[in-house]
Design a binder for this molecule. Structure first.
Ligand SMILES: Nc1ncnc2c1ncn2[C@@H]1O[C@H](COP(=O)(O)OP(=O)(O)O)[C@@H](O)[C@H]1O
Ligand SMILES: Cc1ncc(COP(=O)(O)O)c(N)n1
Length: 515
C-alpha cells in the first residue's frame, strides 16, 4: 500500500485541501498522511481568512514524518507564501521522495487567492523538483507566462489547443510533466492532457463535462489520487486514467451530499460505498470462535451419547457399531460427491485442489477402512440401505450442492471435518477414559483414523477456507453459510445418535433436523 504524504492547506468544510487529499488517497487505496501548511477559514462559498503557522513548525512536521516513515509519494497543494514554498523545496531536495505531484494551487474555485502574488516566482523554483504538475487553466497561464518582470499579464487559454500549447511551454521550460486540466474550459467537454516535452508526447484524456455545481476540491482530489496510483504501479498515463475515472464517479455523486450552498464537495467514497465498502466484517478467527461456540450444545449432546461413551470404553456392541459403519459408508460415498462439487464451484485453484483432494481422501481412505470392517465378518447390518437419518443428512448436503453457492456448500461440509477431528483428538487424549488408548480396544483401528494428524491438518485447512469465505461475504451471505453449518452439525448429532436409538426414534430425530 502506497504511503502518501499531502503537504497542503486545511479546508474545514472538508471538500478541498488536506481533508480532500486524505479522502482521495484512501478512496483509491493508499495510506494518507498530511502536513498542514496553512489553515483557511472557508466553506463552499469562499475563503474568509488564511492563517499561516510559522515556517519552523512546518519544517518540524516534515522532519517528524521523514525521520520515521518511508514516503512513497508526495502531493503538494496550497503552499500559501514564498517561505512555505522554500521550506518544502528544501525538504524535498534533502529527502527525494520517489513521486512528487505538484498541484500549483493559486486561486480557489471560488476565486479567492490561496498563494501570495509575490510567491509565484518561488513556485517556479519548485517546479523542477516535481514529477508532475497539475495546473488548472489560470494557473497554467501564470506558469506559461515568462518569469521576466514587466511582461504582459498571463492570458488564460480560451481553447483546448491554446492550453496544450501553454502546457508544452511549461513542460519544456521546467523539465516536468504537465497535466493540463480543462475543468474551467467553456463548453460541453472537460478534457485533461498529459504533456511531456522531454519525450515529446501528448496524451489526451477526453471526457464529457458532468453537469454539477459540486466541483470544490476537484484539483486537490485528482492530484492526490494520481500520486497514490503512480506510487502503486509507476505508470503515469494509467494512473491519470484511473484517477479520472474515480474522480468522475465521485463528481456525479457530489451534489447528493447536500453540503453547503456554494460549490459543494465531490463524494470521494461514492463508488466504494456503492460497491459495499462501508461494512465492517469479522475476522476469520472471530468467525471460527463464534461458530464453534454456536454448536457447543450440539457438541455436548454428542459427548453424552451412549454410542460415543460405549465407543470410548469399548463396551459398544458389535451390531450397532457395524450398523453405524454401514451408514457411514453410505454417507461417505455421497459426501465425496458433494466435496467434488465444492471443488468444481471453488473460486480459486487452492480451493479447487483442496476440496478435490478431500473428495479423493473420503473415497479412498475411509471406504478402505469400512471395507475392512464391513468385509467377511460383517453382520446383516452391512447390507442395510441408508436409513432415515443418513438420508436426511445427505439430502441436506446434496440440496446445498444443487443450489450452487460454493461458500454455503463448504460451510455445510465443515462439521464432518471439524466435529470428527475434535472427537478423535479428545478420544485419543483419554478425555473419555483410558480405555480408548488401549491398543487392545475392540475398535482401536477405527479410533486411530479419526485421531490421524493428517486429518487434523485437512480440518485446519477446511476451517481456514470456510472462515475466510465467511469473512469476505456480505452479512446475509454469511448468515446463510452459518445456517448451513449449524444444520450439518445437528445432522452429525443425529447420525451419532441413530445406531443406539429405537428405529422409530431414529426416524423422529432425523425428521426434526431441517436444513
Ligand atoms: N464538470 C466537470 N465534469 C467533468 N470533469 C470535471 C468537471 N470539473 C472539473 N473536472 C475535472 O476535475 C479535475 C480538476 O480540474 P479543474 O477544475 O480544471 O482544476 P482545479 O480544481 O484545480 O481548478 C480535472 O480532471 C477536470 O477535468
Ligand atoms: C485549503 C485549500 N486548498 C486548495 C483549494 C483549492 O481547491 P480546488 O481543488 O477546488 O481548486 C482550496 N479551496 N482550499
Amino acid at each position: 500500500m502506497a504511503r502518501v504524504l499531502s503537504i497542503a492547506g486545511s479546508d474545514p468544510s472538508g471538500g478541498a485541501g488536506i481533508q480532500a487529499d486524505l479522502k482521495s488517497i484512501s478512496a483509491v487505496g493508499g495510506y494518507g498522511m498530511a502536513v498542514i501548511t496553512a489553515l483557511t477559514a472557508q466553506n463552499t462559498r469562499g475563503v474568509r481568512d488564511v492563517h499561516v503557522p510559522p515556517a519552523s513548525f512546518l519544517a518540524a512536521q516534515l522532519e517528524a514524518i521523514s525521520d520515521d516513515i518511508t514516503v512513497d509519494a508526495v502531493k503538494l497543494g496550497m503552499l500559501a507564501n514564498a517561505e512555505v514554498i522554500r521550506t518544502v523545496a528544501g525538504w524535498l531536495a534533502r529527502t527525494r521522495p520517489p513521486v512528487v505531484v505538484l498541484d500549483p494551487v493559486m486561486v480557489a474555485t471560488s476565486g479567492d487567492r490561496l498563494l501570495d502574488a509575490d510567491a509565484e516566482s518561488a513556485m517556479r523554483e519548485l517546479l523542477p523538483l516535481a514529477d508532475l504538475v497539475t495546473p488548472n487553466l489560470s494557473e497554467l497561464a501564470v506558469l506559461a507566462a515568462s518569469a521576466d518582470s514587466g511582461e504582459a499579464p498571463p492570458v488564460v487559454a480560451a481553447t483546448w489547443a491554446e492550453a496544450i500549447a501553454q502546457a508544452e511551454t511549461v513542460s519544456a521550460r521546467y523539465g516536468v510533466r504537465v497535466l493540463a486540466k480543462g475543468g474551467h474550459l467553456a463548453g460541453d467537454l472537460a478534457p485533461d492532457a498529459l504533456v511531456d516535452a522531454g519525450t515529446a508526447t501528448i496524451i489526451d484524456f477526453g471526457g464529457e463535462r458532468i453537469a454539477t455545481t459540486a466541483t470544490h476540491g476537484t484539483g486537490c482530489s485528482l492530484s492526490s489520487a494520481i500520486a497514490t496510483l503512480v506510487a502503486e504501479h509507476g505508470d503515469w498515463p494509467a494512473a491519470i486514467a484511473e484517477a479520472r475515472r474515480w474522480l468522475r464517479e465521485s463528481l456525479r455523486h457530489g451534489e447528493a451530499l447536500g453540503v453547503g450552498g456554494g460549490h459543494g464537495p465531490i463524494n470521494h467514497f461514492a463508488g466504494l460505498w456503492a460497491r459495499g465498502g462501508i461494512r465492517t466484517a469479522p475476522m476469520p478467527t472471530e468467525i471460527e470462535a463464534e461458530w464453534w461456540a454456536d454448536i457447543a450444545q450440539v457438541r455436548r449432546e454428542i459427548d453424552e451419547l451412549p454410542f460415543i461413551r460405549g465407543l470410548a470404553d469399548g463396551s459398544l456392541a458389535r451390531e450397532p457399531f457395524l450398523g453405524y459403519l454401514t451408514q457411514d459408508a453410505h454417507y461417505l460415498r455421497d459426501y465425496a460427491r458433494v466435496l467434488a462439487e465444492a471443488s468444481r464451484l471453488a473460486p480459486d485453484a487452492a480451493g479447487q485442489a483442496f476440496w478435490a483432494n478431500s473428495a479423493h481422501g473420503s473415497i479412498i481412505g475411509e471406504l478402505e477402512l469400512h471395507t475392512g470392517w464391513l468385509g467377511p465378518e460383517a453382520g446383516t447390518a452391512a447390507s442395510a440401505p441408508p436409513d432415515a437419518t443418513t438420508t436426511a443428512y445427505l439430502d441436506h448436503l446434496l440440496a446445498t450442492a444443487q443450489r450452487g453457492d460454493h461458500a454455503v456448500l463448504i460451510a455445510a461440509l465443515l462439521p464432518c471435518f471439524w466435529i470428527y477431528t475434535d472427537l478423535g483428538e479428545r478420544l485419543a487424549a483419554g478425555e473419555f477414559g483410558e480405555a480408548a488408548l488401549d491398543p487392545a480396544h475392540p475398535y482401536a483401528s477405527w479410533l486411530a483414523t479419526y485421531a490421524d494428524p493428517g486429518f487434523a491438518v485437512a480440518t485446519r485447512e477446511a476451517i481456514g477456507f470456510v472462515t475466510r469465505a465467511a469473512a469476505g461475504a456480505s452479512p446475509e451471505h454469511r448468515e446463510r453459510m452459518h445456517r448451513a453449518f449449524v444444520a450439518s452439525s445437528r445432522h452429525e448429532l443425529a447420525f451419532f445418535a441413530a445406531p443406539l436409538a429405537a428405529p422409530a426414534a431414529a426416524a423422529t430425530t432425523a425428521g426434526a433436523v431441517t436444513a
